[in-house]
Design a protein around this ligand. Structure first.
Ligand SMILES: Cc1cc2nc3c(=O)[nH]c(=O)nc-3n(C[C@H](O)[C@H](O)[C@H](O)COP(=O)(O)OP(=O)(O)OC[C@H]3O[C@@H](n4cnc5c(N)ncnc54)[C@H](O)[C@@H]3O)c2cc1C
Length: 342
């Protein structure tokens, strides 16, 4: 259960230190997501948020067996954690929510943790509500700052207001918005690692079909090029957005209209119902700048917009705006970027 108050202004990353007594009580378990055998970049941001709670912080990595997550464990144990749990089972290989949620709920209960954190990724969003259900607590999503061990801030109304949430649950279960937390760095101190076979594993994994990409991860890439409905077709998306992303070494994003029209995969959607990102450079091509899209990218450091309509709302948030036909401007831009690299 929690009570909440809504306000509009908030520092993006909380810096206040909590009292020593608060620090002594809390024990936070933080789920560290992996991809293949490595930590996903946002795991480092989740560690920083977990440390902000105060008290002891224990990392949690899951995998098929110890060998399959060794690089992730070797890295995580140097990231300032007090301890690191590794739980293995063939059924946990893909972190499918159904087998994983009961394992997590049991670990949290048996370990006596007061807080359980994870990144607000597709996996965190799928997994944590189920763990919250099993623990009969209310999840706090997309946490941007932590004021004390019970009080969290999170965006509401598509990021137009910030809600301050005070939880009275015995276990605080929360996911964190990666872009508002600095990533934890590796140091000399190594956390003690406790490797065991997972208990209480639910249904088994059968198979998956994944979109394969060598591109930077959209959620954490420093540069993102996004295409909208103005691109007009999948072929045109592939011929304009992809070359520009290639030239800039960028991740690819898309508006919901572009995703719904089949120009891009839905894993690339940026916005209120897609990914919320804050890259150093966001290039919006043929995107009008609807409020739901802005909710996903307005915190980007530099926003460049290319749109043929000078009144498009995207220009209200853009640092650099180009009123032009994208089919002329983008190929020219690609050429100039390639030339500049020579
Ligand atoms: C509950 C809800 C959730 C939503 N969640 C999201 C979300 O997560 N993400 C999201 O993006 N949207 C979301 N939407 C949809 C959102 O409201 C808009 O419909 C959508 O963002 C519009 O996408 P767009 O800008 O690509 O398309 P449009 O609004 O159609 O804009 C296309 C733009 O392309 C420009 N253009 C056309 N041709 C050219 C050309 N040749 N050269 C240059 N420019 C050109 C036009 O001037 C126009 O500005 C949501 C809506 C709802 C109701």
């Amino acid at each position: 259960m929690f009570s909440s108050a809504t306000r509009t202004a908030l520092p993006r990353t909380a810096t206040r230190a909590f009292s020593a007594s608060a620090r002594a009580k809390a024990e936070t378990l933080v789920f560290l997501e992996t991809k293949g055998d490595s930590l996903v970049p946002s795991a480092a941001n989740a560690i920083t948020a977990a440390k902000k709670v105060g008290g002891k912080v224990t990392g949690l990595i899951i995998g098929k067996d110890e060998a399959s997550v060794k690089p992730a464990v070797d890295r995580a144990k140097k990231m300032g954690l007090d301890a690191l749990l590794v739980r293995t089972s063939p059924a946990l290989e893909h972190a499918l929510a159904e087998p994983t949620a009961p394992v997590f709920a049991e670990l949290v209960k048996k370990g006596g943790y007061t807080h359980f954190a994870a990144g607000h990724s597709a996996l965190g969003k799928n997994l944590f509500p189920r763990v919250a259900g099993l623990l009969e607590v209310q999840q706090i999503s997309d946490v941007m700052s932590i004021q004390d061990e019970n009080t969290f801030t999170r965006p509401v109304y598509a990021g137009n207001a910030i809600s301050t949430v005070k939880s009275t649950d015995s276990i605080k279960l929360f996911t964190v918005r990666a872009s508002t937390w600095e990533p934890a760095q590796e140091g000399d101190k190594e956390a003690e690692v406790d490797v065991k076979e997972a208990e209480n594993v639910g249904p088994e994994w059968v198979s998956e079909e994944l979109v394969k990409s060598e591109r930077p991860d959209l959620a954490t890439a420093p540069t993102v090029v996004s295409g909208g409905r103005g691109v007009k077709s999948k072929e045109a998306f592939d011929e304009t957005i992809i070359p520009l992303a290639d030239a800039l070494g960028a991740a690819i994003g898309a508006s919901r209209a572009a995703v719904d029209s089949g120009y891009a995969d839905n894993s690339l959607q940026v916005g209120q119902t897609g990914k919320v990102i804050a890259p150093n450079l966001y290039v919006a091509v043929g995107i009008s700048g609807a409020i739901q899209h802005l909710a996903g990218m307005k915190d980007s450091k530099t926003i460049v917009a290319i749109n043929k309509d000078a009144d498009a709302p995207i220009f209200q948030v853009a640092d650099i705006g180009l009123v032009a036909d994208l089919f002329e401007a983008v190929p020219e831009l690609v050429k100039k970027v390639e030339e500049a690299k020579k």
